[in-house]
Design a protein around this ligand. Structure first.
Ligand code: RP5
Length: 164
């Protein structure tokens, strides 16, 4: 639910990351968490990226999800310029199976934390943002618990067609 008064910023290094990053937006939408999306490149538009990172908290953003591929420096650079929690999504590109993206994001120096999800793990990034916001919101916490109960019930009721 992109919309007014976004609580989460879903940003990425290129519009080519969107097919992966969309799952973060889908997870936020499922829990009625308003978010904004945008392209901010650490390498191609560094000043624009820094302006975004430095202004996000004052604009009401509470969590930033940042996805990038290859030399994926966006999550770490954003984390260096904001006090907000940053969740990094390694986007897999054509070469190296996303290992380059993962290693570029995960190995941050002490003092600049980035919570890194799995390669292509944008859905979990969205869910982690929901959990972060729910930690101090009774209403969202209740929605989160209901969502998790449904997730588990769906798994338990799975029927496998062994003949398929
Ligand atoms: C990174 O370079 C982006 O996050 C993207 O994953 C990758 C390739 O970008 P494009 O060449 O597709 O724009 O900065």
């Amino acid at each position: 639910m992109a919309g007014d008064n976004p609580l989460v910023g879903v940003i990425m290094g290129s519009d080519s990351d969107w097919p992966v990053m969309q799952a973060a937006g889908d997870a936020l939408t499922e829990f009625d968490v308003p978010f904004e999306v945008g392209v901010y490149s650490a390498h191609r538009t560094p000043q624009r990226m820094l302006d975004y990172a430095r202004s996000a908290a004052d604009r009401g953003i509470r969590v930033i999800i940042a996805g990038a591929g290859g030399a994926a420096h966006l999550p770490g650079m954003v984390a260096s310029a904001t006090v907000l929690p940053v969740i990094g999504v390694p986007v897999p590109l054509k070469h190296l199976d996303g290992m380059d993206s993962l290693l570029s994001i995960v190995q941050m120096p002490a003092g600049v934390p980035v919570a890194t999800v799995s390669v292509g793990g944008a859905r979990n990034a969205g869910l982690l943002a929901v959990r972060t916001l729910a930690a101090d919101s009774g209403e969202l916490g209740a929605r989160l618990r209901a969502g998790m109960a449904k997730f588990q019930a769906d798994l338990e009721s799975m029927v496998l067609d062994k003949d398929a």
